[in-house]
Design a protein around this ligand. Sequence first.
Ligand SMILES: [Zn+2]
Length: 441
Amino acid sequence: MERYDCHCHIFNIVDVGLKAILEELNSAKELLDQQNVNSKQKTKETDNDEEKASIWEKLRKIAEMIKIFTGDSETILETLDKHYDGKYTMFPLMFDGDFLLDDFDDEELGFVKELATISKQPEKVNNSNLAKELKEDSSDDSDVILRFLGQIEDLVEERKSNNEYKSGFQKQYDQIKAIKAQEKYADKVLPFLGVDPRNKTIKNYLTEIGANQTFAGVKVYPPNGFSPCDPILVGEGSIFEYCSQNQIPIISHCSYGGFATPVMSIDVDGMIIPEGKTKPEYHNGEYTFTRNIKDGFTEMVRERAGVLNHPLIWEEVLKQYPNLILVLAHFGVGSDSWQQEILRLMKIYPNLHTDVSCISETDKLEKIKSIHTENPDIAHKILYGSDYYLDMFFNDSFDDYLERMQRVFGEELFNQLSSENPKLFMQKWYQPVDTPMETIA
Ligand SMILES: [Zn+2]
């Protein structure tokens, strides 16, 4: 059986920019909490093994990811391929974090460094067996993290001082081109180009997307600081217009979580849902958020997600391009109302899909399973994806992730999500859209 992973990542984690990494690791808020735990413990002398264990556990996972994913893209791809016993076709999605690196904040980096250093000091740990065991591991992990942060600092310096600096976008692009040029990956790897409308030259890459091209489709991540309706993306001569006319698929991040730009003010041009409003409205100019990272990572991300990436904003895109081949990834997980909106939109727009990537909680997978059962009309639109290697932050290993997915969905449904549905999805890419749209509400 041919299987497909419709959502994975193979970029070197250093290449995507410091902010992207720190936040994608979902660490800042949690590390902040843990630092509070640390200082509480210092003053109150009460030791809580569980809390400490969670600090080491977090550091261990970050270190684990850093160790594996500071390699080149091909090595990462091969690691994933091994997990799959070579049986999957993979869709690696680029992530353009270049516009986040601009907002590099020494203070924040210093904070994470300090935490990694604090965590190294053995006298801050009690003597329980658990803590002892974890301490040994985490001391090594701290070194890995500190070395990694050093690499990031070098990168930022290089970027500041060198005009010839190769952007994260360029590095990912070059590596994907090199992978795709190899015969063995020709049918096995279908990459998606990372599109950020702030990338001034992005439209030059359009001719490299399509059947038998380097890229199969486009990947966007609006919470990074732009509207899905930005004029580069939507309107005359835009990228989505091109995609709609040429049957090119687009995958957008679409969960009520994940990662978002931590900057407080952005320049935005397009539909957004301003704080306190419930419907999309046009905005052109500066938009200022109310929550920053210190208010909590989750809150910060949710505010930006709601303003920039709500399914209702995507509905505005779909109204203009009703046949757009679009995947709103992660099925809006994190918000029931997002999930309901995506479900509603999938019933209206024939080429709208979703995926189950990076959903690591059994109850959330069960929920999707019941949506699948109760809505046979959209059952063919749910795709399997791994979000490898970002899922590793929430799982002890990738095999755990895959095993849970297979167990909760069961053989028949997993076969549908990972094989039958992706095949139906792919049939749409290069076929002329000659059938009229189904009724649009
Ligand atoms: Zn992803």
